[in-house]
Design a protein around this ligand. Structure first.
Ligand code: GLV
Ligand code: GLV
Length: 323
C-alpha cells in the first residue's frame, strides 16, 4: 500500500468539515483555534507536506516553498490570497486555491452592517446605554447620518462589491463604482454607474473598499485621497488593511476631513489595543469577521478540504487561483 499524502492544517477547524480529506490523506493539524501556528512549525511541517490548509495569517513565501519538495497544493481559507506568493507557487507547480462565492453574501452582509453601524453610531449608542449614560431623551442624541437615498461608492466591484450594491438598492441608494474593468452586469441589474476614482471620491457619501490587495491597490487611500472626499463622507474597509495609509486615515478622522470610518481590516492584525485609530469615537472597528458566520465558515472549510483532496487525487479543484 502506498503511503497516504500528508496534509497539514494550520489551525483547529471544525472536525466534521474535514471528511473529504480524511478519506484520502494523513492529516496533521495545529491544535489551537485562536493562536496562529508559529512560523518555525509551519516551515517544518511544509517540508513534509503534500498539501497545506492555510489561513490568511500564514505567509506562504519563497522561503517556505523552496523547502517543501512534496507540496502540491496550498488551499487558503479566504477569498483573498495576498498572503501567498502566487508567482513563486506557480513556478514550483504548486496549485493555489481560495474560497470565493461561498462567502460572498455573508461578507456583503457584514460590510453593509458595518456601514450602517458607522452611519447610525450603533456601537457608540449601545455602549452609551450599557454604561448608564442615558439620562434623558434629546433631539440630537446620537444623531447619525442617513443611509437611504445617499450615494455609495464601491471600490472593487467583484462578487462581494456587487452583493453590497444589491443590498444598497434596497435602501434606494445611488450606486457608483470604480473597478479595474467595467462590470456590465452590475450596471444593468443594479443600476450601478461606472465612474473614475476621482469622481467616486468627490460624489460618494459612503466609500466602501472591497478591492483585493495588489501592487495597484496597496496604499490606495492616502491623505490626498481622503481630502478629495466630502467632509461628511464615511469610509468603510472590508478588504485588506494595507490598501489604506492608516496614519493618513487617522489624521483625516481627527481633523474632520471625513466624518467616520468602519474598519473590519487593519495593516497589522490583530491591531494593538493602543492604536490611535481605536481611540476615535467615529471609528467602528471589527476583528476581520467579514465571512464569519457559522454556516459560511463551515462551508469554506469544506471547500478547502475538497480542493486539497481533489488536487491530491489528480482532479481539478473547484476554485483555483490563476497566476
Ligand atoms: C477574508 O478576508 C477573505 O479574504 O476571505
Ligand atoms: C470576491 O469574491 C470578489 O470578487 O469580490
Amino acid at each position: 500500500m502506498t503511503k497516504k499524502p500528508y496534509v497539514f492544517i494550520t489551525r483547529k477547524v471544525p472536525d466534521e468539515t474535514l471528511a473529504p480529506l480524511k478519506e484520502i490523506a494523513e492529516i496533521h493539524s495545529w491544535t489551537e483555534e485562536e493562536i496562529p501556528v508559529p512560523r518555525e512549525t509551519l516551515l517544518e511541517e511544509a517540508k513534509k507536506a503534500d498539501g497545506l490548509f492555510t489561513m490568511l495569517s500564514d505567509k506562504i513565501d519563497t522561503k517556505l516553498l523552496d523547502h517543501a519538495p512534496n507540496l502540491k497544493v496550498v488551499a487558503n481559507l479566504a477569498v483573498g490570497y495576498d498572503n501567498i506568493d502566487i508567482a513563486a507557487a506557480t513556478e514550483k507547480g504548486v496549485v493555489v486555491c481560495n474560497t470565493p462565492d461561498v462567502l460572498t453574501d455573508t461578507t456583503a452582509d457584514l460590510t453593509f452592517a458595518l456601514l450602517m453601524a458607522t452611519a447610525r453610531r450603533i456601537v457608540e449608542a449601545a455602549d452609551y446605554v450599557k454604561e448608564g449614560k442615558w439620562q434623558n431623551w434629546a433631539p440630537l442624541l446620537m444623531a447619525g447620518s442617513d443611509i437611504h437615498h445617499k450615494t455609495i461608492g464601491i471600490v472593487g466591484m467583484g462578487r462581494i462589491g456587487s452583493a453590497v450594491a444589491k443590498r444598497a438598492t434596497g435602501f434606494d441608494m445611488n450606486i457608483l463604482y470604480y473597478n479595474r474593468s467595467r462590470n456590465e452586469t452590475a450596471e444593468k441589474q443594479l443600476g450601478a454607474k461606472y465612474v473614475s476614482f476621482h469622481t467616486l471620491l468627490e460624489q460618494s457619501d459612503y466609500i466602501v473598499c472591497l478591492a483585493p490587495l495588489t501592487k495597484e491597490t496597496e496604499n490606495l487611500f492616502t491623505s490626498e485621497v481622503f481630502h478629495k472626499m466630502k467632509r461628511s463622507a464615511i469610509f468603510i474597509n472590508a478588504s485588506r488593511g494595507a490598501v489604506v495609509d492608516e496614519t493618513a486615515l487617522q489624521r483625516a478622522l481627527e481633523e474632520g476631513v471625513i466624518s467616520g470610518a468602519g474598519l473590519d481590516v487593519f495593516k497589522e492584525e490583530p491591531i494593538s489595543s493602543e492604536h490611535p485609530l481605536l481611540r476615535l469615537k467615529n471609528v467602528v472597528a471589527l476583528p476581520h469577521i467579514g465571512s464569519s458566520s457559522m454556516e459560511t465558515r463551515k462551508e469554506m472549510c469544506e471547500l478547502v478540504s475538497r480542493n486539497i483532496a481533489n488536487v491530491l487525487c489528480g482532479k481539478k479543484p473547484e476554485t483555483v487561483v490563476e497566476a
